[in-house]
Design a binder for this molecule. Sequence first.
Ligand code: ADP
Length: 368
Amino acid sequence: ISPHSDMGQSFGLDIGGTLSKIVYFEQAPGVTSRPRAKSHVLAAQEVSRFVKSSDNYGSSGVRDTRLSVTSETLGGTLHFMHFETRKMEGAVSQVANHSLSQSLRVVSCTGGGAHKHLQYANLIHEIAGIEVRKEDEVACLVRGLNFLLNVFPNEVYTFVNVDFGSLSATRMSLVRDNTDEDIFPYILVSIGSGVSVLHVTGPGKFTRVSGSSIGGGTYWGLCRMLFECTTYDEALDLCVHGRNASVDMSVGDIYGGAYEKFNLPATTVASSFGKMISVERAEVSDADIARSLLVMTTQNIGLIAYLNACIHGTKRIFFVGNFLRHNKISCRTLAYAINFWSKGEMKAHFCRHEGYLGALGAFLSQAP
Ligand code: ADP
């Protein structure tokens, strides 16, 4: 980023199947390379005031205050917000009602929603008068991650010493020195509503190598259908105290202990939901079932990631996407699984801004 961004270039938008993500760059006062009209300065102040006036907007809008980053190099602060895509009309109306659209003419936008029958683009244009410029989703994702890796030294973390039973682990920041060689190649796994797997070999050099329909939308959709969860946070909280061992058939259940010949610990899940063939529904709690669902979804994604890392000879796997937001269980399960399957050869990496890579990439695509 350079501090040349003007009002039309302060935002990046990612319209996903479930969540829409916004990155807003607030230029620090006095950081400008060219003279500004007074109306421009006032409009910029109004946008900044509105964004920072609250941590919540409307019924689903959230500003992730813990993720804001101020940097001298950037000449300002990056703010991160999201809302449910199904509430798009309300969100765009808020922008229009607060006259924010007066200063926003064009917004770079990525995600499926940027393309979906022009539906959202038209909506944004009709209600708020803002033109949507479409950016490729995968390119934005990779651009966003490479930017974070290069600019924020404490962005990436991993888990070590994960105990599979309790999932206790040590979270460790991976501070890297600034050479591209130590990042590439890597596998990037984006866990949103569905899953995309990318093989990234250099800045702007990537291929989509795999994917899965079993992703964050699967967990949330099934929880909504099976239990009385009305929000995603309820669905995620539900599994925290559940025991998937009540629902899943483990190696120990089948062998009476570990399957030592193949180094499979007794706790390894042999069959997700496998115990339910003989256990009555009333004997297991909603929390146990939710936990089993979360572990099944996560392990399936982990396995796809691991196999792709094997195929492409890559040791580093980045897991991102909002499925991992506030989701320690999945992060630790992935870290354990990748370490276990690869016999310590590969490492699972996670990002603090896990859900905002696409929006960040869209924002960066327009920066001069
Ligand atoms: P997409 O771009 O497909 O919307 P995201 O990376 O934004 O993908 O991730 C969406 C997933 O994140 C959901 O399927 C769900 O598992 C999880 N999630 C996290 N927070 C929320 C939330 N507040 N509402 C709905 N889903 C959420």
